[in-house]
Design a protein around this ligand. Structure first.
Ligand SMILES: [Zn+2]
Length: 676
């Protein structure tokens, strides 16, 4: 009886803390964080401070302790702000006046060089030369050493039967294509103005924030002749040219008047672009709290739960110009708060728990990159990252990271039994476009919960009313349940090192044990088998440094690996191959293309052309295909070389590509870069 009595009270006073994770709470957090008052939570903007403050207040209410030695939840880190120096200016001149354009009415294009151009301005229509559409704005136009003024988009862009691909944009509509065309015709610079017919241009003249961990800013040396490019507001253009001028020009262009007949008289401009070479020191803040372990250990192992709370910011404007970021990532931040609250109800924790809201994720995972250098990551046995968990309830949620740590797939599956969320475990596929990547790079076990991208991704329309809160409840509860066996100490996941050039996986530790050998890989050919222990790489025998050494071994050099199997030690010789070669002319996707194709920032190599008889040609890749991943690694032109170095010449690889809007897989053999 007594036992029963106690059992009853304990169930009454201690309900499952997971039940405290509710639709209502999640809705409340998202409602606040994604509200217009928070102005899209842009880094170094007031809205982000408000969000940080909200998270601090929640952490305090929940009863977390500050993590940072400054004894507040605000965990600062220092960065250096690049961008444009004071000399950067645009002056527009007409017969009557010269006016310096206020900074909120114009912006420099990222691809602009530095320097000054002061010249007469020539109107160059849409700035397009497209023989395939029998269109040339530069016909009979002398723009040599001058500034050109061009309209945004393409002729007749809102007409579904326009020769320029109807209402869809062709590449001629891209800013960079227009700039390249102006350079080709000898112009020194380009001033672009949104064409008056464009009803929803989403113009934002805020400078793109450039932040670096280094104070000294490395500049890209410019290629070819110096060319400056700027984008001005319609309002300023109208004032400069006279009201109604742009409308009438666009009408005339679209109805067949040659561009050369549309003249600007005595209009000139001076454009100066200067980039900072020494960054300005700024302080950013992660928000971090902890629930101490109840074990009494001085340095307990740690479980980190994270989500970025920043987004793209916004401006006050007549039309909606606030990037509310409800899914990205008010959704994940809300899950973070709910997990903190639920875990604060648990009385026994073998692990210390850290709850951290990262800042500046959108600018390149800056908050988490700083954070992993402020803590002792060796103690972290699991990092769970929530980023975008509120949409696509008709699809499966992606769980990334289960192939990179022991036990993880099993605990997720087990935890999901009562929750019944549709999940897809990514296994060995890696997707690094969020803050877990900073932990992955430190060889820490991680999981990334992500319900996928959508048409409102990085748009001003990522609003709170579009989220599925009951899905978010399930995702958060899955996170809670999944962490339980780790927090209570019954399971300690270990990172699994993937050494892709060799074709093995290894569980690092006091003994480095091969846990997987890929069929047909170098390791397989060298005779390695599962269970082999790596005891030396070349002369190095320190077990801690072996996995890293092996992973980053230089190419072309034969290396001895010493392997212990049962009681015998063998030496095998392996050589990492040269960088793999695909044989395509890669180019970056513009923001417009990403938007149209719904491709996330970390993926996408647009194929401009395919080398004759190269590996890509043989595998059937075509111009305008977009490579998203190679062997599960996301690629952009910047990271392509790194991935190909890793994989090496002669390897069989699977490419995930996008062709005519369809995702498909293509197998190919990487070649070796031909001599030239
Ligand atoms: Zn984002």
């Amino acid at each position: 009886m007594i036992a029963l009595f106690f059992a009853c009270t304990s169930t009454i006073s201690q309900p499952n803390p997971a039940e405290g994770i509710t639709v209502a709470d999640l809705q409340r957090h998202v409602g606040v964080l994604a509200s217009d008052e928070y102005m899209g939570r842009g880094t170094l903007e007031a809205g982000l401070d408000k969000a940080a403050n909200y998270i601090c207040e929640e952490f305090k209410r929940i009863g977390l302790q500050p993590l940072h030695p400054n004894n507040t939840f605000m965990a600062p880190f220092t960065m250096y702000k690049g961008g444009y120096g004071e000399k950067t200016a645009l002056n527009l001149i007409n017969e009557k006046t010269e006016k310096q354009i206020p900074t909120d009415q114009w912006t420099v294009f990222g691809f602009s060089d530095e320097g000054t151009v002061s010249s007469e301005v020539v109107f160059a229509g849409y700035g397009i030369t497209a023989p395939e559409y029998e269109w040339d704005d530069y016909a009979n136009l002398d723009v040599q050493d001058k500034l050109v003024l061009v309209l945004r988009r393409e002729p007749d862009a809102d007409n579904p039967s326009s020769t320029f691909n109807g209402t869809e944009s062709t590449e001629h509509g891209y800013f960079q294509t227009k700039a390249m065309n102006a350079v080709k015709h000898g112009a020194k610079g380009m001033i672009l103005v949104t064409d008056p017919a464009y009803t929803n241009p989403n113009e934002n003249f805020k400078d793109r924030l450039e932040l670096s961990f280094e104070q000294e800013i490395k500049k890209q040396p410019s290629q070819g002749p110096t060319f400056l490019a700027a984008h001005i507001s319609q309002k300023e253009a109208e004032q400069w040219l006279g009201s109604g001028v742009l409308d009438s020009w666009q009408y005339k262009l679209d109805t067949g008047t040659p561009t050369s007949e549309l003249r600007v008289h005595k209009h000139a401009a001076t454009l100066t672009v200067e980039r900072r070479s020494v960054g300005k020191e700024v302080t950013l803040y992660n928000v971090a709290g902890r629930l101490p372990a109840t074990s009494g250990e001085e340095y307990p192992l740690q479980v980190v739960v994270g989500a970025h709370y920043d987004h793209l910011g916004g401006i006050e404007a007549p039309t909606d110009m606030i990037y509310n970021g409800a899914d990205d990532n008010a959704s994940g931040t809300s899950a973070l708060l709910e997990l903190a609250e639920a875990y604060s109800q648990i009385s026994v924790r073998q692990r210390e728990m850290i709850f951290v809201a990262f800042s500046a994720e959108e600018l390149g995972l800056l908050g988490s990159k700083a954070f992993v250098n402020q803590i002792d990551t060796e103690r972290v046995v699991m990092m769970l990252n929530f980023d975008m968990i509120g949409r696509n309830s008709e699809k499966e949620m992606s769980v990334i990271g289960d192939g990179f740590a022991t036990d993880v797939a099993q605990i997720v599956t087990e935890a999901n039994k009562n929750i019944d969320l549709r999940v897809e475990l990514a296994g060995d596929d890696y997707f690094g476009a969020s803050d877990h990547d900073s932990f992955f790079r430190k060889d820490r076990p991680f999981l990334f919960f992500f319900t996928g991208t959508h048409e409102d991704y990085h748009q001003v329309t990522d609003h709170a009313d579009k989220l599925d809160y009951s899905q978010m409840e399930k995702v958060s509860r899955l996170g809670f349940e999944m962490l339980k066996p780790i927090v209570d100490g019954s399971i300690t996941p270990t990172f699994i090192q993937h050494i892709s050039w060799l074709g093995i996986k290894m569980i690092p530790g006091e003994k480095n044990i091969v846990s997987h050998v890929e069929l047909g890989s170098r390791a397989d050919k060298a005779g390695l088998v599962i269970g082999d222990e790596l005891v030396a790489v070349g002369e190095e025998t320190n077990s801690d440094s072996l996995p890293g050494l092996l992973k980053d071994i230089p190419t072309g050099k034969e290396t001895n690996l010493r392997i212990q199997r049962a009681k015998s030690i063998n030496t095998v010789k392996v050589t990492r191959a040269k960088t793999g070669y695909v044989g395509v002319y890669p180019s970056a996707l513009s923001d417009e293309q990403r938007e149209k194709l719904q491709i996330i920032d970390s993926e996408g190599v647009l194929i401009r052309g395919v080398s004759a008889d190269g590996p890509a040609f043989k595998a059937g890749l075509k111009e305008n295909d977009v490579i998203l991943q190679i062997e599960g690694s996301s690629v952009v032109p910047m990271s392509l070389g790194k991935v190909l170095r890793k994989i090496g010449a002669g390897e069989n690889v699977t490419l995930l590509i996008l062709r005519n809007g369809e995702r498909m897989k293509i197998d190919m053999v990487l070649g070796e870069r031909p001599e030239r």
